[in-house]
Ligand binder design. Sequence first.
Ligand code: AGP
Length: 612
Amino acid sequence: MCGIIGYVGARPCKELVLSGLEHLEYRGYDSAGLVLVEPGHLHRARALGPVKHLREAAAGISSTATLGMGHTRWATHGGVEERNTHPFVSADGRFAVLMNGIFENYVELRAEVAERGHVLTSDTDTEALVHLLAEAYEGDLADTVRRIYPRLEGHFAFLVVCTDEPDRIVGARLAWPPLVVGRGAGETFLASFTPAFLSETRAIQLVAEGEIVIATADDVEFRRVADWSLQEHPIEQADESLEVAAKGGYESFMLKEIHEQPTAIDDTIAERFHNGRLQLDGIGLTDEELRSINRVLVVGCGTALHSGLVGRYLIEEWAQIATEADVASEWRYRNGVFDPKTLVLAISQSGETADTLAAMQIARQRGARVIAITNIMGSAVARAADGALYTRAGLEIGVAATKTFTAQVTLMTLLALHLGAVRGTIAPAEVARIGDELRLLPGLVQQILDDTSLDAQLDVIADRFAHDRFFLFLGRHLGLPICQEGALKLKEISYIPTDAYAAGEMKHGPIALLGEDTPVVAVATDSHVFEKIASNLEEVRARGAHVIAVATEGNTVIHHHAEHVLFIPRTRPELQPVLAVVPLQILAYKIAVRLGLDVDRPRNLAKTVTVE
Ligand code: AGP
């Protein structure tokens, strides 16, 4: 979390830094700040809230500085206050620092600099760095960072500048927070993620873990901290799907991304079917190795885990491999037992989630094989795995994941089919049949999005229930992870408490929550558990609660069990999750809008979660 950007070149850079920060805002929007560096002095502006507030705060700075850097914050150490907003500047005004990450030994570092007489102006971990720099500086900023680096524990990517060296930015990385360099003609960018400067250059280089980067307008040096050796990194072309996003006429990114799902699903499938046969390039394991797998573990967080839970059912169904799925932050502290026949599937749209990365690393150390499933080419999870499979959803800006979820479910479906095909547990003709139905999904999602009567019905439901104090989601089998995802969408953007439960478990506790003011959302699509969930809905109705059911079109009995029925097109039960989640995304969206909330930037959240 937190987005950082730096620029050094020939152009006045205030606008470049501000616009870069706007593209990084999804990483945190508690507050934002920038510095513009001129020979001998620097200008700083900071503001609480989104980058547009920083824009206003910086309006009075008329500097033509051609070196600058900015930060958008997701608060970890220190409350959401201007004094805790990066960049931090030394007392003599010569040094400025900003960071994405955490100094785990910050208590010790802060005490140390305070003892030596520095006045700490914030409650952050980062501020100690600027005082350490000011103390240790002997005329060479990069060398100063090299000497301080071993004192810093944790995980971070930071940038520093000094007014004595107004031609360079020095950056450093430890562990997973990313740092990417953009190479333009006579100008250089440094950022957490390429979209921050993609409108200016597509030529990128990645700063590796344990490196210090020294960036000037015409040159970039990468040095390994351990031995100060120069490192070569190829200049690559940034992934086109990361094209800087615009709302394109939609009122929010989330709504736009909901509508991009047909394309995301189509693009995720397209390249992988050749004449009815599946090919998963990049999987990283040979067919022989896939045949030897006797256990699968799926790890991820939030929405990514929910797609993994869908995958769990499908892998068991088609590939007949024992599969479990767990929250990465929990699994990493379990004493998991592995061998080379265990396959770990690590799912992360951003490819940066700290807990997912840690879980992967532990799994590999214990001998498991790991495949990453991510939306970002070359991201940390992709680099830390034996193989990487990419969803092709394009850049997702809305903090609430939508198109990346349906793309992940699609990819998990392909992977489950592939495992089954390779292991001979599903006949080639059946793979081809399912493939044919899979290819219809983008059109069926489009049908849901174009269905004006469904939309009107969702409006009625949103109007009726937007002010209720609690929603319960109930599902069984493949409907359960969709309920978990629907409940997460609603709570994260509307702040209404929700719970998602296995419908059969309801009578073991959650039924106590039901009353005449409780909306209960159920995924009740046609499947072998439909009768079971229908009975559970009767139990709900007997308590006076209001049932909203997602059901398969043509189902004539569902009206007996629900007050509101959201019909979705028919497909085979294994493919229903991709369709069933769409009305739940739209319902969450419509409720949040009625409550006057910012759906793209829900409070306290960030799109990428790079801290534990
Ligand atoms: C999704 O709506 C959430 N904002 C969140 O749960 C997210 O899915 C989670 O943080 C995992 O992110 P990742 O896929 O980038 O690892």
